[in-house]
Design a protein around this ligand. Structure first.
Ligand SMILES: *Cc1c(COP(=O)(O)O)cnc(C)c1O
Length: 396
């Protein structure tokens, strides 16, 4: 039996989501832009799904734009805010050093277009303070973008307070809430959010679909030109089956949010307590103010990739948390942002839970990680130097 502990990367689709999709691949396949009854039936389903999704986050239906996922939503939010700002002579953007690459790379592109970017430092506990945002805002700031919860270390940012500061200072506020959906409360009005990104495959919906919430009056720059879908803000025939799956998954995630979060927190803390017994290891990010299903550790003297492969041999799907997507073995920018040195950041392990995990999964994982870490250390030259005292331990 596999133990899947990589839910921050993607989740298994729920039965509810799958069942919600099937009729729209079979019976109701019309194009919602078509005027005939088959098209209009699809259009009606689309309109209802938009309303249901809006209800889950306290938005209005016309504030919901369907995108291909979290990355596209992040790109469109940031680019739109930047271009709106430029029209008013404001070309300064504030974000943090540990955002998702969909945010950081978009900001880098804007920097080449002449925007000035301030990336706030993250405290060692993986949290930024509202005061940092307050102090960084200038007269020419057009956007603050801060993620709700970090995808590697799970730490939760005070987005409600940041939103309030931005509202007072008349600066747009975007939050990447991709990791938060289903686990943390989301209410765009109460949290003073102007733009927010979600991705269905992170909450047991299908891949390749997400939403951008944009408060009424936000002038969005289309990233894809073509037809008039999404009120001219995103061209292309709507992915109705995926949208129906996403709506069902989001409703389910929101309805069971507190139940799931409570159960996951207990499993998470059991896993953290077990892994904390491994010497020269450290929990990444605040122990309390973190996603209910996120566990992230660094172990000194080992290499995260080897740890992953050996855990995979034992049927445990984990992640190093480091973004090795480029094939480069650069340590994670998130771990560097919270002050982990390169050597330590390389020895990272991220375990992210779902509702399907059990206490036994946690106990089996603790045993497996203990054994694999001990084995890797036994063959590691660096570990030998640490034990001999030739090198000094960084983690006590
Ligand atoms: C997964 C993720 C994304 C990207 O979402 P996709 O739908 O895969 O494009 C963006 N931000 C965060 C925080 C994520 O975890």
């Amino acid at each position: 039996m596999k133990i899947y502990l990589d839910n921050a990367a993607t989740t298994k689709m729920s039965k509810t989501a799958m069942e919600a999709m099937l009729p729209y691949m079979d019976m109701v396949y019309g194009n919602p832009s078509s005027l005939h009854s088959a098209g209009q039936e699809a259009a009606e389903a689309l309109s209802k799904a938009r309303q249901r999704i809006a209800d889950c986050i306290g938005a209005l239906p016309d504030e919901i734009i369907f995108t291909s996922g979290g990355s596209e939503a992040d790109n469109q939010a940031i680019i739109s805010a930047a271009y709106m700002g430029r029209q008013r002579g404001r070309k300064h953007i504030i974000s943090t050093a540990f955002e998702h690459h969909a945010v950081l790379h978009t900001l880098r592109k804007l920097e080449q277009e002449g925007f000035e970017i301030t990336l706030l430092d993250v405290h060692e506990n993986g949290i930024i303070s509202p005061e940092q945002v307050q102090e960084a805002i200038r007269d020419d700031t057009c956007l603050v973008t801060v993620m709700y919860a970090n995808n590697e270390i799970g730490t939760i940012q005070p987005i409600g307070e940041i939103g309030q500061i931005c509202r007072i200072k008349d600066v747009l506020f975007h939050t990447d809430a991709v990791q938060a959906a289903g686990y943390l409360p989301i209410h765009v009005g109460a949290q003073n959010v102007d733009m927010l990104s979600l991705s269905a495959h992170k909450f047991h919906g299908p891949k390749g679909i997400g939403i951008l919430y944009a408060k009424r009056g936000t002038a969005l720059t289309p990233l894809i030109e073509g037809g008039a879908q999404e009120r001219g803000r995103r061209a292309g025939t709507e992915n109705i089956p995926a949208i129906m799956g996403m709506a069902a998954a989001l409703e389910e995630a929101c309805a069971y949010r507190e139940d799931h979060a409570g159960r996951l927190r207990a499993l998470r803390d059991r896993l953290i307590a077990g892994l904390a017994q491994i010497p020269h290891g450290i929990l990444n990010g605040d122990a309390v103010n973190r996603l209910p299903g996120n566990v992230s550790f660094c172990f000194e003297g080992i290499e995260g990739e080897s740890l992953l492969l050996l855990l995979d041999d034992r049927g445990i799907c984990a992640s190093s948390g480091s973004a090795c997507t480029s094939g480069a073995l650069d340590p994670s920018h998130v771990l560097l942002a919270i002050g982990r040195v390169h050597d330590i950041a390389h020895g990272s392990l991220r375990l992210t839970l779902s509702e399907e995990n059990t206490e036994k999964d946690m106990d089996d994982t603790i045993e497996a990680v203990k054994e694999v870490v001990a084995y890797l250390r036994s063959i590691s030259p660096i570990w030998r130097e640490l034990v001999n005292g030739k090198k000094k331990f960084v983690i006590k």
